[in-house]
Design a protein around this ligand. Structure first.
Ligand SMILES: Nc1ncnc2c1ncn2[C@@H]1O[C@H](COP(=O)(O)OP(=O)(O)OP(=O)(O)O)[C@@H](O)[C@H]1O
Ligand SMILES: [Mg+2]
Length: 308
């Protein structure tokens, strides 16, 4: 089932100050569906329109045209119903700096109309890995801790959809790994649908089911992780280790196959069906072939392909 449906959505901002009179098309005729229970990555460089698109889904920015529904509810006509099952982290969440992390969460829990128990809050604090510092003042938190508290706030009413704008911003590698585990656990245990924006390609590769590539306010491509990893069409890349890389490279190049030497390993761009023949040829020339590995396409490779 489609939990979020975005249809032909556009948003233009009017510029202020010195650039008054000018406009920026932040989101341009975007259509995108999010399936229930999936983790969707929204990838794009600075200014691509990721934050604007997330704000539009949340009704935090007004649509110029198009429609967005969440769980079947139109976010303009039935905003409250549409957002009742949504938790979000957009840019830096507003927190009181003189309050502790715990007091901030309690404040937001009250805003939700109560009904969120201390036990529930404690469980969430532990999920985001903030137990040790939850009773310290917010102003003493590092960027990563602030981010964790923001995620805890987004999660506290047990939303079935989480929209997270750069959730790993400011986290160290172990913090990033911890978030990744959290997202995977939420999806697995509770079937939470998660949309994550990022420009950290490698990080997205390990957690997303699908990725949408954004550039210049448009969605350039949407790919499943299977398609990203192996490519259905153009990507045929192999790595080979052998006894005499230089000689092997010359033999392979003679066959008209693209081949380069990367720190001792040969990287070949070839058809899978031709690899057996290539290996046989090398062996017949007295070269020992130790390993042949099909290289996964990285999100970075694909990013370059689709943003061309
Ligand atoms: N409130 C605003 N007023 C004017 N222009 C805006 C506003 N918000 C965003 N923009 C412009 O819209 C475009 C898209 O911005 P947006 O913040 O959505 O990009 P982003 O993909 O989230 O980038 P980043 O990776 O830097 O967070 C940019 O050109 C930006 O300058
Ligand atoms: Mg942004």
């Amino acid at each position: 089932m489609k939990i979020i449906e975005i249809e032909n959505v556009s948003k233009t901002y009017a510029l202020r100050g010195k650039q008054k009179g000018g406009t920026v098309k932040a989101v341009s005729d975007v259509s995108l569906d999010v399936e229930e229970g999936e983790i969707l990555g929204l990838l794009g460089s600075n200014g691509a329109g990721k934050t604007t698109l997330i704000k539009l889904i949340l009704g935090l920015a007004r649509l110029d045209s198009g429609t967005i529904t969440v769980a079947g509810y139109d976010i303009v006509k039935s905003r409250e119903k549409a957002l009742s099952s949504v938790g979000a982290l957009v840019e830096a969440p507003t927190m009181f700096s003189e309050f502790t992390g715990w007091e901030n969460l309690k404040y937001y829990a009250r805003l939700q109309g109560g009904g969120i128990s201390d036990d529930r809050l404690k469980a969430i604090v532990s999920m985001v890995g903030l137990e040790e510092r939850i009773h310290s003042k917010f102003k003493s938190y590092s960027l990563g801790m602030k981010q964790r508290l923001g995620i805890a706030q987004a999660m506290m009413h047990n939303p079935s959809v989480l929209l997270l704008d750069e959730p790993t911003n400011g986290l160290d590698p172990s913090g990033i790994a911890q978030m990744r585990e959290l997202f995977i656990q939420l999806k697995k245990d509770l079937g939470t649908t998660i949309v994550i924006s990022s420009h950290m390609l490698s990080e997205m590769q390990q957690v997303c089911d699908r990725v949408a590539f954004m550039a210049g306010g448009k969605i350039k491509a949407v790919k499943t992780m299977e398609e990203v990893n192996y490519g259905v069409d153009t990507f045929r890349k192999f790595s080979m280790e052998c006894s005499d890389a230089e000689k092997a490279q010359a033999i392979i190049a003679e066959r008209g196959i693209e081949c380069r030497n990367e720190r001792g390993a040969l990287i070949l761009i070839a058809e899978q069906k031709d690899m057996g023949e290539i290996v046989a040829l090398l062996v017949s020339e007295g070269i020992q072939v130790y390993t042949v590995t099909k290289i996964k396409r990285t999100l970075e490779d694909l990013y370059k392909e689709v943003s061309r």
